[in-house]
Design a protein around this ligand. Structure first.
Ligand code: PLP
Length: 416
């Protein structure tokens, strides 16, 4: 029997739990998005998002879509039909972006990598080195592959591109890393960074967010892919005065304002540290407690926002998820595509703390026991507790550059 009291435990890797402050900020009456007041809100969120992407030079765009829309905006605004793209595939989301690029008519060279690993730097370097005529116009990389719990080394990818002096545009999917795992758009010279609202930004799904470098904005001028709804030209023309080319998702923008306030109050660097600390506790539960393996093959790939737990061969991961949901009101992430049934995922990003995660670990453990897995009752919780009790959430309290900047420039929330 499903428990009908208390809250649903939402531990999928997005959508994530929404802080009460953000929920309240979205409870607003509709208003005229062409009023003289509206640009206060829109310009403040657009400029503050730049700090989350760590870009001074880039420009941020917000679409009323999900992350998938921002994928499409990135590709169609900067490339022309038939352009060659290099992309590695190591999970369902890197696959879906490749699939979209193929369906949009680009010529995608795919590096297939075992699921559980990330962007293959050596192989990428070989391909780029051989491309002496610079036919490759874009490189796609999924920073955090949510399907497998793998984080790739984007700084390393940029080093590889620089080593061979390759001029392709660097496209990065930061959907499940932004505001949770360090992302440095300017430092890594990312040209197009794609994200969405329902993960580290702690909002409902509904905003596709895209940060674009100067170089990518220039590429736009000669890119002939057909585009309409996602055309940056319309955004550029209207955003300049604080408006949108169509009706914006107004309550979401108020929610975003509040979420950004929370992020800068906490400090981006502290948020990254907290995500790492919480993730380490979950990983301890999985490996030290339950004696199971993560899908991520090596610790260098471990994701601080999601852990994909490989279940023993005689256990079906889908049953674990089903029992967790029906019996314990706990939502875990499913194994996708080739990982269906072989794993379940625990999302640990956004507005979370140790005890919330304890609930998820305990619930997953009960579901594992219910479907016949050989785990020692209490072992996951004990291992996580050992980790968290002996480590500081934020090793050294740092005041980040973003925080200092925010403190110096903050004018407070925009009022609804
Ligand atoms: N990229 C990654 C890494 C994701 O995790 C997701 C969704 O979970 C997407 C892209 C697609 O985003 P959306 O579902 O917001 O369209």
């Amino acid at each position: 029997m499903k428990s009908t009291t208390g809250r649903n435990f939402l531990f999928v890797p997005g959508p994530t739990n929404i802080p009460d402050r953000v929920q309240r900020a979205m409870m607003v009456a509709m208003e005229d998005h062409r009023s003289s007041k509206f640009p206060n809100l829109s310009t403040s969120v657009l400029s503050d998002l730049k700090r989350v992407f760590k870009t001074e030079n880039g420009q941020v765009f917000i679409f009323p879509s999900s992350g998938t829309g921002a994928w499409e905006a990135a590709l169609t605004n900067t490339l022309s039909p038939g352009d060659r793209i290099l992309a590695s595939r190591f999970g369902q989301f890197s696959h879906l972006w490749i699939d979209m690029a193929e369906r949009l008519g680009f010529d995608v060279e795919v590096l297939d990598v075992e699921w559980g690993e990330g962007v293959p730097l050596e192989q990428t370097e070989e391909v780029l080195r051989a491309d002496t005529r610079h036919k490759i116009k874009g490189i796609l990389a999924c920073h955090n592959e949510t399907a497998t719990g793998v984080t790739s080394d984007i700084a390393g990818l940029r080093r590889v591109m620089d080593a061979v002096d390759h001029p392709a545009l660097l496209f990065v999917d930061a959907v499940s890393s932004l505001a949770s795992i360090d992302f440095r758009m300017d430092e890594w010279r990312v040209d197009l960074a794609v994200s969405g609202s329902q993960k580290g930004l702690m909002l409902p799904a509904g905003l596709g967010i895209l940060a674009v470098s100067d170089k990518a904005l220039q590429a736009r001028e000669s890119a002939t892919s057909r585009r309409c709804y996602f055309d940056l030209a319309d955004m550029l023309a209207t955003n300049a005065s604080g408006y949108f080319p169509y009706t914006p998702a107004l309550p979401m923008l108020y929610g975003l304002r509040e979420a950004l306030d929370i992020i800068f109050e906490q400090g981006l660097e502290n948020i990254f540290d907290r995500h790492h600390y919480l993730a380490q506790g979950v990983r301890a539960a999985v490996t030290d407690g339950w004696g199971m393996e993560l899908c991520a093959k090596q610790s260098k790939w471990y994701s601080d926002t999601v852990s994909a737990v490989m279940v023993p061969e005689d256990i079906n991961g889908t049953h674990v998820i089903d029992v967790a949901f029906r019996r314990y009101n706990l939502a875990l992430g499913a194994g996708l595509s080739q990982m269906a049934g072989r794993l379940f995922r625990i999302g640990h990003l956004g507005d979370l703390n140790e005890l919330m995660l304890m609930g998820a670990i305990a619930g997953a453990e009960m579901a594992l026991l219910d479907v016949g897995a050989e785990v020692t009752p209490g072992s996951g919780v004990a291992a996580a507790s050992n980790y968290w009790r002996s480590h500081d959430p934020i090793p050294k309290r740092r005041v980040s550059k973003e925080e200092q900047f925010y403190e110096a420039h903050s004018t407070g929330s925009v009022q609804g």
